[in-house]
Design a protein around this ligand. Sequence first.
Ligand code: PMP
Length: 291
Amino acid sequence: FDQLDGEIWFNGEFVAWKDAKIHVLTHGLHYASAVFEGERAYGGEVFKLRAHTERLIESGRILGFKVPYSADEIDTATNELLSRQGFSDAYVRPIAWRGSEMMGVSAQANRINVAIAIWQWPSYFDPEQKMKGIRLDLAEYRRPDPMTAPSKSKAAGLYMICTISKHAAEAKGYADALMLDWRGQVAEATGANVFFVKDGVIHTPKADCFLDGITRRTVIDLAKRRGFEVVERAIMPEELSDFSECFLTGTAAEVTPVSEIADWRFTPGTISKQLVDDYAAEVMPKRAAAE
Ligand code: PMP
């Protein structure tokens, strides 16, 4: 990934992709003092860019640092990079991290660096498989108590258990893993939120110890606009057999139906399909329809 062509926005400048490097004694690498975002551009526009930029700044604040650029500056840099890269549909990855000036747990003086990379990443999950539903395993690790980790920050450190869980699931032939939280309640997948359907009603775990995804909120709004009831509540794994449909939501995953979670089975049905379509329509820039 470090050998692609193009440019990366790095601390206020556009640098050649291959030259966007950092030192091995970077604090963010050793102590996970890094926060990031995942965004998608559709038709030349980043969907909900400002919401993502605000979450990046807030994630840094939660980790105790100030992102040294304003939301306007980051949005402008993102849009300029998108046009310089020449992509209309693309994935956008901003990241902010503590630099290499001091070593050790304390690194008060370290520079906060910011970079933005944009590349073509068509779909997180194989598009052909999408409507068949993907298969998830149940993860061994659980989402931590908010008293144990800053769960509202999209912090790199929180992804340690996600990568372990996803790798373990992939080794068994699954696409991803469903994670429970520290109470044993259903939480989310390793990089996406989860929804279920029972008797025409949509159920999703309350986002009280994991990321309340921008896609999650968008899909809840779309579902309500369709007249569906959406219940945010504690969901226990024992209840999974009661649900007929299941789907994931996330910037990368978009709306992705799920056919299996360990021994539980689901059939991607009318509500999942409706929301896959509604989300696809929602992310397209509205100006396209007006032109
Ligand atoms: N949970 C986790 C752990 C994630 O990494 C993501 C992707 N950012 C989400 C949920 C979904 O968030 P969003 O819809 O804002 O992309």
